[in-house]
Design a protein around this ligand. Structure first.
Ligand code: NAD
Length: 316
């Protein structure tokens, strides 16, 4: 009897949420107002982080900018302050260091107040074949791309829980849902970031903290320094995304309180294929899409200065 009742409730909810999602596909959700919200962005000193900071500033949010690169972060600070009346605070913070995250977080709480929108965006990439990746670079990938999310949640989530108000944003990657050749440490750390954010999303729902929203973002390659040199074979299926486009989509997803955002749309389809195709069929698809060679001409962040030769990449 219980099972019949449970199943009826489940099917009722399923149908309701299905119709709701179809409705919102036709009529976009009302966007939330972020004026006066305190938005912390890690990795705000360049690329996507900088663009998101500029967009949030134009909506009247208070900005807290974190980056290990003081110069880049100050440049973002100057850019957001160009708009009159914007409140912004820049902090140099090495997100690979737990103690430093906690120290700077305490400083933010004292000087700015509670963070209500946390965007974990700082990221690093090694871009070497697995056996050529030094151990410290593997560790750095996990520390920055995944573990920093855990420490920032520990620092800022308690106040969100108390107020039952907030938004947690995880910038993962397509490499956080699909393994990509030449990106083993990056993929592993981005899968970890995705899993952590998704698990907390469920935990918060179970704890009935439904006003703390989560947005998990998985973009394919973006035209920033990070994956400089990478290629795509069929841009109409897997384009290298414009950073302005990605920043706008992320902003919209946050304002519409969307939980998952994959870009481009083909990634949703690829994920479905991953579940249903045989591994050989999947590998044929990987070759067809050029995902086996997309990292072959990788140059990456210029500051890293670690351009790999073809010989180095092949050394396994
Ligand atoms: N560029 C892409 O193709 C792509 C694709 C998918 C996902 N992403 C993700 O998007 C996010 C933004 O990347 P981006 O493309 O703007 O790259 P980016 O290199 O322009 O920005 C990354 C920022 O993180 C900062 N950072 C690095 N290590 C840090 C540390 N230890 N502490 C604090 N800050 C640190 C850098 O200084 C830089 O400002 C990253 O998480 C990245 O993994 C990027």
């Amino acid at each position: 009897m219980d099972m019949i009742w449970d199943t009826s409730i489940f099917l009722g909810k399923f149908l309701y949420y299905f119709l709701e999602s179809v409705f919102y596909k036709i009529i976009p959700k009302k966007k939330k107002d972020v004026a006066g919200e305190t938005v912390l962005i890690t990795g705000a000193g360049s690329g996507l982080g900088r663009l998101m900071a500029i967009k949030f500033a134009s909506l009247g949010a208070i900005l807290v900018l974190w980056d290990i690169n003081e110069e880049g972060n100050m440049e973002t600070y100057r850019m957001v302050k160009e708009k009159e009346g914007v409140k912004a605070f820049a902090y140099t913070c090495d997100c690979s260091n737990r103690q430093e995250i906690y120290r700077v977080a305490d400083q933010v709480k004292k000087e700015v107040g509670d963070v209500t929108i946390l965007i974990n965006n700082a990221g690093v990439v090694t871009g070497k074949l697995f056996l050529s990746t030094p151990d410290d670079m593997v560790e750095r990938s996990f520390l920055v791309n995944a573990l920093s999310h855990v420490w920032t949640y520990k620092a800022f989530l308690p106040a969100m829980m108390k107020a039952n108000h907030g938004h947690l944003v995880c910038i993962s990657s397509t490499a956080g849902v699909v393994g990509i050749n030449g990106l083993s440490d990056y993929c592993a750390s981005k899968f970890a970031a995705f899993g952590f954010a998704e698990s907390l999303y469920i935990e918060l729902r179970v704890l009935k903290k439904s006003n703390i929203k989560t947005t998990i973002v998985c973009p394919y390659f973006i035209k920033t320094e990070m994956f400089h040199g990478c290629t795509t074979k069929y841009p109409f299926l897997l384009p290298i995304l414009e950073k302005e486009y990605v920043a706008e989509k992320v902003l919209n997803a946050i304002l519409e309180e969307q939980t998952y955002l994959m870009m481009p749309k083909f990634v949703y389809f690829a994920l479905l294929l991953k579940q249903i195709l045989s591994s050989d069929m999947l590998f044929a698809l990987i070759e067809y899409l050029g995902l086996d060679t997309c990292m072959a001409s990788f140059i990456g962040q210029s500051k890293a200065g670690e351009v790999q030769t073809e010989a180095e990449r092949k050394q396994l």
